[in-house]
Design a protein around this ligand. Structure first.
Ligand code: DC
Length: 204
């Protein structure tokens, strides 16, 4: 491997993306970008302003003009939403917001700008290897059994909620959740974080 790697980590809810991307970033001394938190913060802002998440024009205006910071904490227009974006209300609204093509265009632009300003990074989401960074150094597609995914999300989302969100995220028109052809598929069911991280690092 030469230069700093750009590692794309995609997969459905509860596959282990956040835990694995955090651990990989730490091991490699790279920054991590949680793109789901960007979609969630736009959904939160819409709900906060009383805007219908399905109102495409109003929500894309929010995405285009919002000041969004995603690091260890998450803020939108100065409001700390680190915890607020994980509520069931936001989880229900976010798939509608993420299906909005103008919102996606805006957030994808910001994600590319984030990477352009750094040498390498770990980026997690749904379309990172397929759309945002098709030339990523390595692409990982994480999966886990439906039972395991529901269990992992259990503290903040019902099994039905996870299943509905996955269905919406996989069947939407604009950049649905897809496995890039050149992605390494990794089933995290019953595996330790260390074990999964070692396998990811072996692909670099
Ligand atoms: O990773 P997460 O569960 O926090 O993501 C929240 C939602 O955002 C998810 O239901 C789909 C959407 N999303 C997306 O469409 N594209 C991404 N790159 C990341 C998330």
């Amino acid at each position: 491997m030469t230069g700093s790697p750009l590692i794309a980590i995609d997969g459905p809810a509860g596959a282990g993306k956040s835990t694995v991307s955090r651990a990989v970033a730490e091991r490699l001394g790279l920054e991590r970008l949680d793109t789901g938190a960007m979609y969630r913060s736009v959904a939160w802002e819409a709900l906060h302003r009383g805007v219908d998440p399905a109102d495409e024009a109003a929500v894309s205006e929010i995405a285009a003009t919002a000041d969004i910071e995603v690091g260890p904490g998450v803020s939108i227009n100065g409001a700390d939403v680190t915890h607020a974006i994980r509520t069931p209300e936001v989880s229900r609204a976010v798939s509608i917001v993420a299906a909005n093509p103008a919102v996606r265009r805006e957030l994808v632009t910001r994600q590319r700008r984030w990477a352009a300003g750094r040498s390498g990074g770990v980026v997690e989401g749904r379309d990172i290897g397929s759309v945002v960074f098709p030339d990523a150094t390595v692409k990982i597609y994480l999966t886990a059994s439906p039972e395991e995914r529901a269990r992992r999300r259990g503290h903040d989302e019902s099994a039905d909620g996870v299943a509905t969100r996955d269905r919406l995220d996989s069947t939407r028109q604009a950049s649905p959740l897809t496995q890039a052809l050149d992605a390494h598929v990794l089933d995290t069911t019953g595996r330790s974080v260390e074990d999964v991280v070692e396998e990811v690092l072996s692909w670099l």
